[in-house]
Design a protein. Structure first.
Length: 210
């Protein structure tokens, strides 16, 4: 693998899982928007999506995650694991590799469909207290997922302070960017917001680990 390109090759099972979860989420968001979040049960989402309620719980775990699921998360984790060609790298090396990949990766994963769903999702986060509460828990889960992935690609322990710092910066700064975007009434394109914030993340990480 060239260091100037990225080859993200999730397994067929992983691709199908992402596609299935995204399809179910579209159905759920449409129902929540039309009838209200609290008026729609998991069973009704399952019936409309043509799956069993147990499948929804297996994929999402909770009703709140039907709103909070973001398909860019597993895709980004897959890309992170692909950076460096499978060989452990120092964090500073990963940053050098990552910088030219930001624009093409965002073009690939932040589609118009993802942007539209994110708008709807953030509106529910802002108005449904239990979804907002679950979002905070989900961010901590994502921080752990990215911490483990960073440990894998750097060959470091998952409890390494720099690994913990990097994963926390990535997750919480991106969350701040989403909150900012929602606070502007969703001005501009989501991928442009992410491009700006990822550039800031890289600068911050370079100042710490460079």
């Amino acid at each position: 693998m060239s260091e100037s390109t990225i080859e993200s090759t999730p397994s067929l099972w992983e691709r199908r899982k992402i596609e299935a979860m995204s399809r179910i989420q579209r159905v759920a968001l449409d129902l929540f928007t039309a009838h209200g979040y609290r008026e729609i049960t998991v069973e009704r989402v399952a019936a409309a999506a043509g799956v069993s309620p147990s499948s929804i719980y297996r994929y999402f775990g909770t009703k709140e995650m039907l709103v909070l699921y973001d398909e860019t998360d597993p895709k980004t984790l897959e890309i992170l694991r692909a950076v460096g060609g499978g060989q452990p790298r120092e964090l500073r090396e990963l940053l050098v590799i990552a910088r030219p990949l930001v624009a093409p990766v965002l073009d690939e994963i932040v589609t118009e469909d993802v942007e539209q769903r994110t708008r709807v999702r953030m509106e529910f986060v802002a108005t449904i207290p239990e979804v907002k509460l679950r979002q905070a828990e989900r961010m901590r889960e994502l921080e752990d997922e990215f911490r483990i992935a960073l440990a894998e690609v750097t060959g470091r322990d998952a409890n390494d302070l720099q690994v913990r710092t990097a994963s926390a910066i990535i997750i919480w700064v991106c969350m701040a960017a989403l909150d900012h975007w929602a606070g502007t009434g969703f001005e501009g394109r989501l991928k442009d917001v992410y491009a700006e914030v990822v550039a800031s993340i890289l600068v911050s990480l370079e100042s710490i680990f460079g």
